[in-house]
Design a protein around this ligand. Structure first.
Ligand code: AMZ
Length: 291
């Protein structure tokens, strides 16, 4: 099913988004767009800025990038995750995307100290995933200052917990859907579930999830471009906003992604391309804003 992209359909979708999500509820605190209020008749003509989420993936206390999620193939980019967070913040990033990789594999937070250092070092809002599997852990991270918690494995194994968390922290829960060939992987991508990415996302359509973060695992860290078709198809079936992840290798990839904002793709996670210097933060922000 592909939705027709007439302006009415786009507006309908935006109105749904305005009702169900946080990225505009939180606008006062974290100005993410230039427009006030909900859907506007001009939205179809004046797309909103997309958000750049630079990735800080934590393994053994260091800032690394993996290739296709393989923990054995980590490149260390910074021994000090807090220094990396500061560098991204000084470069003008509006959000940071943090992942506790050891936590995702082990099923509980592991890189707590590194995350806390980051939270101390920067004011920029952060979203954090990896090994967060209980209400208690979610609660602790919010108390520590994380702005949005990402739930992956638990969304497959215990959807009720995700729904309860959405009720308790409206607009502050994102679901991370990481897929190989459209099938969701769990436990730090060491196991495949039997669920299709779309079915998992649809499960939370009415739950008040702030965003679905969709990663194509085969693209992650591979510098081969974003799986735009799969991401757009997912977004077209959802009212929940989608954040694209995996594969950004150049500004051209971001230029290609930019028009998909009209389908409800609200941002992009960029990792290796920023660390390699193939993309700079100001350029990425400019392109994603549509300047
Ligand atoms: O690279 C990996 N092996 C990996 C990774 N980046 N494994 C998990 N994650 C991320 C997901 C999501 O943000 O993209 O961890 C989060 C999900 O963790 P969990 O523990 O809830 O499944």
């Amino acid at each position: 099913m592909r939705r027709t992209l007439c302006p009415v359909a786009i507006l309908f979708k935006r109105e749904n988004q305005a009702r169900s999500v946080d990225w505009r509820d939180n606008e006062d605190e974290f100005p993410l767009t230039t427009r006030e209020g909900g859907a506007h008749p001009c939205d179809a003509l004046n797309p909103r800025p997309m958000i750049l989420f630079p990735a800080i993936d934590l393994k053994d206390g260091k800032c690394v990038r993996l290739l296709r999620g393989d923990m054995a193939r980590a490149t260390v980019f910074n021994d000090s995750p807090a220094a990396q967070a500061k560098a991204f913040a000084h470069a003008g990033c509006e959000w940071l995307h943090l992942v506790d990789l050891n936590g995702a594999v082990e099923g509980h937070p592991v890189n707590r100290a590194a995350v806390q250092e980051i939270l101390k070092a920067v004011q920029v809002p952060t979203q954090l995933g990896g090994g967060i599997r209980t209400i208690e852990n979610i609660s602790r991270w919010f108390e520590a200052g994380v702005k949005r918690v990402i739930l992956g494995t638990v969304a497959v194994k215990e959807p009720g917990l995700v729904k309860a968390a959405c009720k308790q922290w409206p607009g502050q829960i994102a679901v991370g859907i990481d897929a190989r060939d459209g099938i969701v992987a769990v436990d730090g991508w060491t196991k495949q579930s039997t669920m299709r990415a779309l079915d998992l996302a649809l499960r939370f359509e009415d739950a008040g999830v702030s965003a679905i973060i969709y990663t194509d695992i085969d693209r992650d860290g591979a510098m081969g471009g974003v799986n735009i078709d799969a991401t757009v198809t997912l977004a077209q079936h959802l009212t929940t906003p989608v954040i694209a992840s995996g594969g950004v290798s150049s500004l051209d990839d971001l230029r290609e992604l930019r028009p998909t904002e009209e389908h409800g793709i609200i941002g992009a996670i960029v990792g290796r391309a920023l660390y390699d210097g193939r993309v700079t933060v100001p350029d990425a922000i400019r392109v994603l804003k549509g300047d």
